[in-house]
Design a protein around this ligand. Sequence first.
Ligand code: ZN
Length: 150
Amino acid sequence: MELNELYREVILDHNRHPRNFGRLDPADALANGHNPLCGDKLTVTLRMDGDAISDLKFDGNGCAISVASASMMSEAVKGRPRAEVDALFDRVHALLTQADAPSDGIGKLAALSGVREFPARVKCASLCWHTLNAALANLQGSAPSPISTE
Ligand code: ZN
């Protein structure tokens, strides 16, 4: 199987069967994300155990890439401390925007490298990460504010 085909399969699978879909109630933090360019809307809820994300769920409506990306993110960040989540976001952002970004060591998230061939979809794939960052920022007790990719 070609690598691109494999990546497409991973994205289709996560779109059809999103992991960690739903809402945590109660949650330690919640954030809403909106990508007006495409119409994707996501809500991320999470629980913390000390400095680590102990649980995370997302729901919402969006295109296949936004849903698959959120599903893969939810699996990738669970149990990780915030510093590792930040580092992972940097890796994913590079993967989405830089042709020479390495895709090793980030598991299934490597499937997102195919998205950079479609620049209009980069915001679909990064929406969940921006929403996660907004949720983590909300933990500090600041007022929850909706985020937008615009
Ligand atoms: Zn989209």
